[in-house]
Design a protein around this ligand. Structure first.
Ligand code: SF4
Length: 464
């Protein structure tokens, strides 16, 4: 889960990318980076932390020119260190190239091992770097041709932006796992992981890149290319459940509307007698609105999220209660006390957070707590760019519904069916990836551990 944004032929390119990254902050808070081409050289700035931590006014002043791109990172492959922050910038026989990537290459470790045996020296442990090595080994007069060749050697999930001394290139994998949308801003072309960044900049969305589409923008010229077609599309439907911002449009649907529809369907599938519907903010908000509409049970903002808690929050060792969840979420006692609550959340991963939230709501005086989840049980890890735990740590992979109910200590528990989820989006059901619920991995997954080089039957990298 990462956010990428780029713009070509705009006088304030770096500032617009900076603002675009602000709108994509929810897709990754581990590191942020930005590179700009000023006509003679690439200027890059990367740092650990959020966009506001990394970019100061003096930094932005240094990043001149009309072409820039940036990245907010949430690691899946590669450790959480500055050297893995993107953009990755290299010098090649074709000139300097910078790259940012949202997704995960399923065969990245295998390609890397092959390249290392042939002498490649990698600067990072990120899978993204293999694309640059493949390009550098196959230089072409037109850098786009080199990219097209490289992309035919990798598989998995990627939405990419590349910056060269000639222009900006955007590419989306043939399965269309991750979103990537093109826009126009004051006559300049721009690209973003999500359309919410365009709203901030006053840019007009020109629609998503098609799966397998590569778009090269050089000045005002736009060229479109197609990678070989994938046999199966695999748009990540979890973007609608959790990752994307509700004010974005993803895969042709408004995320807010999809989430609301999921809640309505959940109320139809798993009704319950209760006094008030309360969302677990933020991603439970729209499903809870839908549940309220579908059940005629009043909606209340009965839980407040503290938006200022960073990933670096340290649990005080001497704590006698769980500050970890409480610092992020707090129930509104007056809305909860003496009432039967329907608590709506987007998913249950390990179950530990759900249990803490249910306990918190009870401690705030709820007489009953009914947990409703707006996606099916998460039973399989994601291998396409989302940082989920290994299978053993997913509560639904090991326990049935009754056992999970006992663990989370709710009065009742129900998940949205897969059919209900897929009925909530407008595309054909088989055009979406659903592997985290079904284990149906449409693109073969890696068997190599990138750190140790040992073979594993199935694992998620760096997710422990
Ligand atoms: S496994 Fe789940 S999270 Fe990963 S791409 Fe598929 S639907 Fe999305």
């Amino acid at each position: 889960m990462c956010g990428i944004f780029g713009i070509e032929s705009h006088d304030e390119a770096a500032s617009f990318v900076y603002l675009g990254l602000y709108a994509l902050q929810h897709r990754g808070q581990e590191s942020a980076g930005l590179v700009a081409w000023d006509g003679t050289r690439m200027c890059v700035e990367r740092g650990m932390g959020q966009v506001a931590d990394v970019f100061r006014p003096a930094v932005l002043e240094r990043l001149g020119g009309q072409r820039a791109l940036g990245h907010t990172r949430y690691s899946t492959t590669g450790t959480s260190v500055l050297s893995n922050a993107q953009p990755i910038v290299v010098k090649t026989a074709m000139g300097p190239i910078a790259i940012v990537h949202n997704g995960h290459l399923s065969n990245g470790a295998e390609v890397r091992e092959r390249l290392e045996r042939r002498g490649s020296i990698f600067q990072t442990t990120s899978d993204t770097e293999v694309i640059l090595h493949l390009m550098a080994m196959n230089p072409r007069p037109d850098v786009v041709d080199s990219l097209l060749l490289a992309l035919q050697e990798v598989r998995g999930a990627y939405s990419l932006l590349l910056l060269t001394d000639q222009g900006l290139i955007a590419a989306r994998d043939p399965h269309g796992f991750r979103p990537l949308v093109m826009g126009e801003c004051q006559g300049a072309r721009c690209f973003s992981s999500e359309s919410c960044a365009f709203d901030l900049l006053g840019a007009t969305s020109l629609g998503e890149l098609e799966p397998g589409e590569v778009v090269a923008v050089r000045g005002r010229d736009i060229e479109r290319y197609s990678l070989p077609k994938a046999q199966v599309p695999a748009r990540c439907v979890f973007e609608h459940v959790y990752f994307a911002r509700p004010d974005s449009e993803v895969f042709g649907d408004a995320v807010s509307e999809v989430r609301t529809a999921m809640g309505v369907r959940l109320a139809e599938e798993s009704p319950v007698s209760a006094d008030v519907v309360v969302p677990v903010p933020d991603s439970g908000l729209f499903p809870a609105i839908g549940f309220s509409r579908g059940s005629d049970i009043p909606f209340e903002h009965g839980m407040i999220r503290n938006h200022y808690v960073g990933r670096t929050f340290i649990q005080p060792e001497q704590s006698i209660r769980d500050f970890g969840v409480r610092v992020k979420l707090n129930p509104v006692r007056r809305l909860i006390e003496g009432r039967r609550i329907v608590l709506v959340d987007d998913s249950i991963v390990r179950g530990t957070t759900s249990r803490k939230i249910v306990r918190m709501v009870r401690e705030a005086g709820a007489t009953e707590v009914h947990l409703r989840i707006s996606s099916p049980p998460t039973r399989w890890p994601c291998h396409y760019g989302i940082d989920t735990p290994r299978r053993d740590d997913l509560i639904a992979a090991r326990y049935d519904l009754e056992e999970i109910l006992g663990y989370v200590e709710a009065d009742s528990l129900a998940y949205l069916s897969l059919e209900g989820l897929l009925d909530s989006v407008s595309g054909p059901p088989d055009s979406y990836c659903n592997a985290c619920w079904t284990g149906d991995y449409r693109v073969p997954i890696s068997t190599i551990d990138p750190k140790q080089g040992r073979l594993f039957p199935i694992r998620t990298e760096d997710s422990q």
